[in-house]
Design a protein around this ligand. Structure first.
Ligand code: ZN
Length: 94
C-alpha cells in the first residue's frame, strides 16, 4: 500500500493529506484553477479550507510565491467564495 502524500498549507505550514486542502494549480500555459481535476496540470499550491489561512496567504503573498507568478484577482475571489461556502456548510453541520 502506498503511503498517502502529505501536503503543506502555504499559509500556516500545517501538514496534512492532500484531500484536506484546496489545491491551486498554475498551468504552464498560464491558466489557473482551484481544485481543477486532471485536465489542468502544473505547479500546485495547497491551502487549508479556512478564511484565516486565506487571509494569511494574501498578507504574505504565499500563493504567488509558491506558484512563482501573480495570482489574478478573479482566482483570489473564487478562492474566497469557495472557502466561505465551505465555512457555511461546516456551521450547518454543527
Ligand atoms: Zn493553513
Amino acid at each position: 500500500m502506498r503511503a498517502k502524500q502529505q501536503r503543506i498549507c502555504v499559509a500556516c505550514r500545517r501538514k496534512a493529506d492532500q484531500a484536506e486542502f484546496l489545491r491551486i494549480v498554475s498551468a504552464a500555459d498560464g491558466r489557473m484553477g482551484i481544485n481543477p481535476g486532471p485536465h489542468l496540470e502544473g505547479r500546485s499550491a495547497y491551502l487549508c479550507n479556512s478564511l484565516s489561512c486565506y487571509e494569511l496567504a494574501l498578507k504574505h503573498r504565499s500563493l504567488q510565491r509558491s506558484l512563482r507568478r501573480p495570482v489574478p484577482e478573479e482566482i483570489l475571489q473564487e478562492l474566497e467564495e469557495v472557502i466561505k461556502l465551505e465555512e457555511i456548510k461546516r456551521k450547518e453541520l454543527v
